[in-house]
Design a protein around this ligand. Structure first.
Ligand SMILES: [Fe+2]
Ligand SMILES: [Fe+2]
Length: 191
């Protein structure tokens, strides 16, 4: 069934952009795309089970894994660097961090229903309504959140000297590399 297949067209994984602001804006575009994908999946009753399961798996992985990487970039790399520069920016950073914590339940709800659909795509009729509700609820939280960041945080980053932007981009790359390598090597358990 083509309409589910077309969901997968957007899933190519190009190399992350080297420019800091571009990287964050690309993350935001992905968040919008995966919210839209979850919404379309919710209404995809009648699509082939394999496609439903595959798309549900993409939605589950995005919100369970990739989104938390973006949030960690903002909380652990962007926030410390921008803190203390102006009261308005500090207020925006505080709102951003509070949002991240407050969104966790809505993210977990969407991940849980996507995981259920991935396991049992034949339950689409029953799970579709819950998926629609979960994705709408998360969209309602994330849209103003992304808008806040794009109005406040992104312009502050854009205003940084080029060298500082590059250092921040490098710190982000390093954070992600460490976040990905430690569990894979099993060093945490070994210690
Ligand atoms: Fe954020
Ligand atoms: Fe963001």
């Amino acid at each position: 069934v083509h309409f589910v297949g077309s969901m997968l067209v957007t899933l190519g994984r190009p190399r992350p952009p080297d420019d800091l602001v571009e990287l964050l804006v690309a993350c935001h575009e992905r968040i919008h795309r995966f919210l839209a994908m979850a919404h379309r999946l919710a209404g995809a009753d009648g699509a082939a089970e394999a496609e439903l399961a595959a798309t549900a798996g993409q939605v589950r992985r995005y919100f369970a894994e990739s989104l938390s990487q973006h949030i960690a970039d903002e909380d652990l790399v962007v926030s410390p660097l921008l803190a203390g520069r102006s009261p308005a920016l500090d207020a925006a950073l505080a709102a951003m961090s509070t949002d991240h914590v407050e969104h966790a339940d809505a993210v977990a709800r969407l991940v849980a229903v996507a995981a259920a659909l991935e396991r049992e795509p034949r339950q689409i009729a029953a799970l579709g309504a819950e998926l629609a509700a979960a994705s709408a609820a998360l969209r309602g939280l994330l849209e103003p959140h992304l808008a806040l960041e794009e109005r406040t945080i992104i312009p502050a980053l854009r205003a940084l000297p080029e060298a500082e932007q590059q250092a921040l981009r490098a710190a982000m790359r390093e954070r992600r590399t460490n976040a990905l390598t430690v569990p894979r090597r099993g060093t945490v358990a070994a210690r």
